[in-house]
Design a protein around this ligand. Sequence first.
Ligand code: HAM
Length: 417
Amino acid sequence: MSGISTPRGTQDILPPETEAWQYLEGIIREIARKFCYEEIRTPIIEHSELFQRGVGKETDIVSKEMYTFEDKGGRSLTLRPEGTAPVARAFLQHNLQERGLPQKLFYIGPMFRYERPQAGRYRQHHQFGFEALGGSEPGLDVEVISIAITIFKSLGISTFKILLNSIGCSKCRPKFLLALKDHLRPSLPDLCPDCQRRLEINPMRALDCKNPTCQPFLDAAPSPSQMLCAECKEHFEEVQSLLRFYNFDFEISPRLVRGLDYYTRTVFEVVSPELGAQNSLCGGGRYDGLIEAIGGPPTPGVGFAGGIERAFLILKSAGISMPPLKKFFIVYQERLFEEALKIMKDLRQAGIPTEMSFERKSLSWQLKTADKKGFYGALILGEEEAKSGTLILKLLSTGEQKTLRVPDLLETLKHIA
Ligand code: HAM
């Protein structure tokens, strides 16, 4: 089909890149297993109301970026822009609290946001997310931060910074919002149109504004973490002291408020200078009011989600590549077709990735094919070798080769593959 390509802001993930994705996802699953977080898979589509109530009608995500449509039954559905509200919905719908609290869950999958695409920002992107529902202790906040750090370190990513803030709770936030409005109101005509609008409907979001004209007014603005109630203050201090216990360097970022309305108390981001404008590798925080906002009983929660494409951008700029799968191609003289089939069957059974061509073409054609397809090694089965019960292992990237006895083949390849 000529002329039809992927929709703007979406991408095909092709081999061998898919192999790197599987490897990265494998690391995430392994770390989830070690931290005892279980996988949850929720639908890609949800009722639009879930995000309107959970993430917040006035957020950019809900007001500008959702892929929302009416289905044939007249229901308003939305391609999920994020994973936390769906996990909270599933927790509530299936009474997951009965499995014991906190429920520790993780997910990996695509999210959809109608944003202006640029490096590191796509309309379909992939997140890995970890959520702990039903626990309010600061130790849980620090546990999810430490999962994020463990993942990035395991991938070899080291150039990042942890930004931390507390945005208080329903008790202390109103006082802060009043102070913020009082601070910004005299400068209203000088603020960007977005901030002028935000000041009325969602003033805290103004703190996050990137417009240079607003910066001097925002730099001097009060921070939510300066106006916490006694309980939120104690929680914030405990989070910091546990982060120090884990030896994590972090920076208090007084203007970090995040772009989703469900957050309470702790918010954090892991950012990397190598990502440019879209510098957030992962973000998260506590959302003690979310489950109530979507119709459940008061239930605290905390979690984060990271962007897989952004992790790959950093790995690429640091020159780190995932170890490729070592695959072997059997190259055989036509007469030895059945011998080749047998070897392929034995190797596959032993778990060694093996392929051969069924076209029975020349040795040089087969070798070229193996090279073009990116095979690690060729196993060459020629007349001479067949006579002596041997074959040649040729490493295609270096040209290095050695003769092996067929009975020793499995053992040798197991050490290499
Ligand atoms: P978020 O900060 O909107 O948080 O997204 C999480 C991560 O997804 C970001 O840090 C970024 O790495 C990646 N990301 C977001 N949008 C895009 C995009 N358009 N293109 C590429 N990557 C993107 C959430 O979604 C919350 N649900 C996180 C959370 C979980 N909070 C508590 N639990």
